[in-house]
Design a protein around this ligand. Sequence first.
Ligand SMILES: Nc1ncnc2c1ncn2[C@@H]1O[C@H](COP(=O)(O)OP(=O)(O)O)[C@@H](O)[C@H]1O
Ligand SMILES: [Mg+2]
Length: 384
Amino acid sequence: MAIVELKNVAKNYGGAHGGSNAVDDFNLTTRDGEFVVLVGPSGCGKSTTMRMIAGLERNTEGEILIGGKDVSQVPPKERDIAMVFQSYALYPHMSVAENMGFSLKLKKRPAAEIRAKIDEAAQTLGIEHLLARKPRELSGGQRQRVALGRAIVRNPQVFLMDEPLSNLDAKLRVDMRAEIVKLHQRLKVTTFYVTHDQVEAMTMGERIVVMKDGRIQQIDTPLNLYDYPANRFVAGFIGNPSMNFLRARYVDGTVSGEGYRFALDDARRQAVEASGAGEVWVGLRPEHLTLASDATTAGESGHAGPNRVEGTVDVVETLGAVTMVQLRVGDATLTAQLPGHQPVAFGDTLSLTCTSDRLHLFDVESDLALGQSRASAAPATAAV
Ligand SMILES: Nc1ncnc2c1ncn2[C@@H]1O[C@H](COP(=O)(O)OP(=O)(O)O)[C@@H](O)[C@H]1O
Ligand SMILES: [Mg+2]
C-alpha cells in the first residue's frame, strides 16, 4: 500500500500531436489504500495518466511520488505496481498457475512460496479449479480473473486497472465490478481504476476523477459529483440518463424560456445575481422531474410558483420500473424518468415540475456551476 501523489503532471507526446498536452496539470494525492476511479470520454488522457504512474511513459512536466518517493528515475519494474488491462495479455503456452506465478518465478522466489501465493489468489478469485488449464480453455471472465490473480500474487503497492472489464458482456461486467470492489476491501491496496463508463465509476470509486481533453474537471466522491457537479460537463457526464439542459433567461429570481419557468431559491438567486448574467443554463435531472399536479407548487423560497416545464411527448419507453419520456420543449428535447408505468402517449402534452432545490444552474460563458456551493467543497481530499 502506498500514497500516490501527482503534482502538476503533464504529458506531451510531441510529433504529430503538435504542442497540445495529452494530459495537463494533473494534481491528485491518494489516501493510502484508496480506490480512485479515472473516468471520461475516450481520448481524454486516462491511459496516459496510468502509463505515467507505471513508468511506461515519462511525464513531460510535474512530479509523481509513490510512498513519498519521487519515481522519475525508477524504471517500471521497480515501481512495485501491478497493472491489469482490457486485453488480458496472458501467455498462451502457460497454464493458469504458471501465468499467475510467472512474475514471482522471475524474481526467483522459492517454489513453495510461489505455489502458496497462487493458491491463495486462486481461492480469492474462485479459480482454484482452473489452475491447470491453458488460457484458450477459459471464458473471457475467467481470463480476466487470471489476469487479476497474476496482479494479486505480486502483492504490489499499487494496482493500476485500465478498463479491465471492457471485453466482458454486460452481466459479467456487473458481477466482476462487485468482485473487484470486494477484492479491494480485502487487500486494501491503493488502486487506480480507469473506465469510460460513469456507472462503473459511480459504483466502484471511493473518489472519482472526471477528465476531459486531458484536464481534470472535478475530483470528488460519487455522490458529491452527482449532487454538486462543478461544471456542465460533469453534470452531463455523471448520472444516467443524462441531465437535461435548457438555456434560460434570468429575470428577478426566475429562470424561464419557451415552455418552462422555475423560481430560484435564495442561494441560487444570489449566485446568479452575483454573476450578473441575464442568461443561464438550467440543469434538470430526468429523475427529478415529476408530473405536475393541478395544485400550485410554489418554489421553496416562497417566490411566485409554480415551477413548470411543459412539452409535447415525442418518445415513450416503458421499462417496467420506470417510464422514460422524451418531450419537445420549445427547441429543446427533455428527458423525464417517471416512476412505474405512466399512461403517456406520443403527442400528449405533459406538464412536469421540479423543486427549486434540485435545479442546477450553469454560467453560459464558462459552463461553471452557479450557486451550488457546499460546505465541504474545499477539502475534497480530506472529506473521504
Ligand atoms: N503513444 C502516443 N503517441 C501520441 N499520441 C498519443 C499516444 N497515446 C495516446 N495519445 C493521444 O493522447 C490522448 C490521450 O489518449 P489516452 O490517454 O489513450 O486516452 P484515454 O485512455 O482516456 O482514451 C489522445 O489524444 C491520444 O490520441
Ligand atoms: Mg485508454
